[in-house]
Design a protein around this ligand. Structure first.
Ligand SMILES: Nc1ncnc2c1ncn2[C@@H]1O[C@H](COP(=O)(O)OP(=O)(O)O)[C@@H](O)[C@H]1O
Ligand code: SF4
Ligand SMILES: [Mg+2]
Length: 342
């Protein structure tokens, strides 16, 4: 039975940018985004840079103003929470960033960084907080003898382990990992992902695992959501999304990964043509239509609705409902048709 921890419904985030002598520009960075994450589950969130992944992650923690929609975590609706009540709710939620320096004070020792949230939020004595910090340091695969070193004395992977130790210090239920392993080399990425997996099982943690690189997300995610220009265009069980991607954007992203799946032929590579449109002036209808090899008239006229697909999940693409010769076609046929048209 599913044990839903995070429920995000129709959430939008709008940024208003004011430039000197220019009109204020409004960017809807996140548009009507909905997803759920169960306890102990990892949802991967992927998409090119600027697609709204970080803003989505921050919105769930209410670190950016949410223009509309509802966010519920652990049965508590965060939408109208502010001040103390919000801070209290946030204790159960943490964030790990690409650059650990954004959460680790470079002038504080590792033990001090990890102890700080315990002393501030749990009012634990300095002595007890240090003892717990030493346990956490060992839990993330470092040595207790490292406790009095400074962040710069560690490698990138070790620093990320320290950031993770700090994030789990308050026993959260939910962690947003925003490009948490993206800056690391592949073997270190795998080690940190293994650590996150171990902690997830041990503490029944739920992750929103954000990365622009689909290859990274695959092995850690139970389900995957793909974002484009602020919208989720496809979501579903990781196996289905990787083996049978339904949205042309997902297909293009996956075709750029060398040998993404042993079940897929290696000769299909769709080059993602053109630039991501200006998020302040998105195209009418389907946001992907300016780069889509399958674009039809209806794509400029109407935003495609989310439709359930075989194998699990949803896709927002008119091909599901309006592409007579392509609708329901397996990936191989779709891709061959795209290549013929290109
Ligand atoms: N604090 C902000 N103020 C104004 N615009 C922002 C801010 N943060 C993000 N944006 C804009 O929102 C869009 C989505 O950004 P972001 O969520 O960082 O994407 P991603 O994490 O997928 O790269 C971009 O167009 C970005 O310029
Ligand atoms: S709705 Fe149309 S433009 Fe958008 S992805 Fe589907 S086919 Fe391409
Ligand atoms: Mg980002």
């Amino acid at each position: 039975m599913s044990d839903r921890l995070v429920e995000v419904r129709d959430v939008s985030v709008v940024f208003h940018k004011k430039a000197l002598f220019k009109k204020t520009r409004s960017v809807e960075a996140v548009k009507s985004v909905s997803f759920g994450i169960d306890r102990g589950e990892t949802l991967g969130l992927v998409g090119e840079s600027g697609s709204g992944k970080s803003t989505t992650g921050r919105a769930v923690l209410k670190l950016v103003p949410v223009a509309s929609g509802d966010i519920t975590v652990g049965g508590q609706n965060l939408t109208d929470l502010n001040g103390r009540a919000l801070r209290k709710a946030r204790r159960r939620m943490q964030m790990v960033f690409q650059d650990p320096y954004s959460s680790l004070d470079p002038s504080a020792t590792v033990a001090a960084s990890i102890s700080e949230p315990l002393m501030v939020h749990d009012h634990v004595s300095a002595r007890a907080a240090r003892a717990r910090a030493l346990e956490l340091i060992e839990l993330v695969g470092l040595r207790a003898s490292h406790a009095d070193r400074y962040p710069y004395e560690f490698s990138g992977g070790q620093r990320q382990r320290i950031a993770i130790a700090r994030a789990i210090a308050l026993n959260p239920d939910f962690i947003v990992c925003d490009e948490a392993v993206s800056a690391l080399d592949v073997s270190t990425q795998n080690q940190v992902i293994n650590l996150l997996e171990r902690l997830r099982t041990e503490f029944d943690l739920a992750y929103l695992f954000i990365a622009h690189d689909l290859a990274i997300v695959r092995h850690i995610s139970h389900r995957v959501a793909v974002m484009y220009l602020g919208r989720i265009v496809e979501s579903g069980p990781a196996e289905r999304v990787y083996n049978e991607p339904a949205h042309p954007y997902t297909q293009a992203l996956l075709s750029a990964i060398p040998n993404p799946s042993p079940h897929r032929r290696a000769d299909r590579r769709i080059v993602l043509a053109g630039e991501v449109p200006d998020p302040a002036r998105p195209p009418s209808g389907c946001p992907f239509r300016t780069r889509c090899a399958f674009a039809m008239d209806i794509c400029a006229e109407r935003m495609p609705e989310h439709t359930a697909i075989n194998g699990g999940g949803e896709v927002a693409c008119h091909l599901q409902t309006s592409g007579p010769e392509l609708s329901g076609a397996p990936l191989g046929d779709l891709t061959a048709a795209a290549i013929r048209r290109a």
